[in-house]
Design a protein around this ligand. Sequence first.
Ligand SMILES: NC(=O)c1ccc[n+]([C@@H]2O[C@H](COP(=O)([O-])OP(=O)(O)OC[C@H]3O[C@@H](n4cnc5c(N)ncnc54)[C@H](O)[C@@H]3O)[C@@H](O)[C@H]2O)c1
Ligand SMILES: N[C@H](CO)Cc1c[nH]c[nH+]1
Ligand SMILES: [Zn+2]
Length: 431
Amino acid sequence: MVRLDSSDPNFAGAFARLLTAKREIAEDVDEAVRGIIADVVARGDEALVDFTRRFDRLGADFSAAQLRVTDAEIEAAVAACPPDSLEALRLAAERIESFHRAQRPADHRATDALGVTAGWRWTALESVGLYVPGGTASYPSSVLMNALPARVAGVPRLVMVVPTPDGQMNPLVLAAAQLSGVHEVYRVGGAQAVAALAYGTATIAPVAKVVGPGNAWVAAAKRRVFGQVGIDMIAGPSEVLILADGHANPDWIAADLLAQAEHDVAAQAILITDSAELAGAVEGAVERALTTLPRQEIARASWRDYGAVIRVRTFDEAVPLVDRLAPEHLEIETQDAEALAAKVRNAGAIFLGSHTPEAIGDYVGGPNHVLPTARSARFSSGLGVLDFMKRTTILACTPESLRALGPAAINLGRSEGLEGHARSVAIRLNL
Ligand SMILES: NC(=O)c1ccc[n+]([C@@H]2O[C@H](COP(=O)([O-])OP(=O)(O)OC[C@H]3O[C@@H](n4cnc5c(N)ncnc54)[C@H](O)[C@@H]3O)[C@@H](O)[C@H]2O)c1
Ligand SMILES: N[C@H](CO)Cc1c[nH]c[nH+]1
Ligand SMILES: [Zn+2]
């Protein structure tokens, strides 16, 4: 963990180093991913089976025939889920679906004074691949966050991939798939799963777009397959940035920092505060909380390598720092949280006040938890219904409106040296 102080003369350099710390775009990861994708393209299912045996430690008897999770396996998993977990999953699903229903866009059409009708219409994508992470933890909540907005958008083919390390799958993952209307589930993860969704294999038919969160290998693979398929964003190792003043509870802040640090050794948790006392108290609280955290090995590595406690003189000084970090999650626990939030441009999701821990947003708040990381909140948004739709514009001229607009089009066609364009208009106007 680094300690920074905005009043320190070396602060600018130290902050710049924090910004560029390599967490998920290491060249060795990218190079490995390039090889994995090329192998899946060349050998299809055979490569999927080999990589799955190697990375997820599946036995020599694992074959392409077992890639697809059967309906019977899904039914058995649902039956094996604890009823209270199924109840919690249903509550989460209802809230997520209802939040995303409000995002459905409207078609538009208008006829102007010349009689030209113009507008757009929204259409669901034909198929999407939903990446559900599962290397070191299991993510039933990410099934819901991926699939429900796709279902609200009306996507007719939802294909889910999920790794099963050591052959183990949390039954709640399959229950979430059933609950949210996923059509196909495959037990494969990492870059090889992303490659299969993008290029297709004998078992997995390709999709139009791959969405969902994952670790550094998954994020690198999504970057590489972009163009062959659409992708939603770079949603890699988790991040939280907490802005807190001296009134905040240091144990609560420490818990929220560790809630993200426990995701991945490459996760990042940062506190920015104007209170030296809170900074010290949070550091102590993190150390104490780590000793009893089951995933302390992961969280400790993340906090050690990428954690930061930054002291600022005022929160106005903090706003440009937040915008440069562009965190996946921004928690604001200050007296004037709402006003401070209004000044921030770059954040994947904002959580206001001491009673809104980010973990509520991970599960049951309603907004999506698939969010941009690695500073990509400067140009990306969290997953939503629009990610599963595309917009097509529509234009219709009448003979009269073509006569009114045509001469300008002919002029511009000739100005661009494109006589063919000019003639396609002129021929209709006998010009
Ligand atoms: N940004 C978001 O919205 C969001 C949401 C949820 C989770 N996450 C992140 O998702 C990630 C989940 O990570 P995870 O590891 O548990 O699951 P994962 O499914 O993302 O990754 C597991 C896969 O990674 C591949 N892999 C692991 N080590 C490899 C190696 N050395 N070489 C090649 N491939 C390798 C394997 O194929 C394995 O199946 C975490 O980083 C978490 O922070 C992000
Ligand atoms: N915090 C993660 C996004 O970075 C989402 C998640 C799912 N389960 C728990 N957390
Ligand atoms: Zn989380």
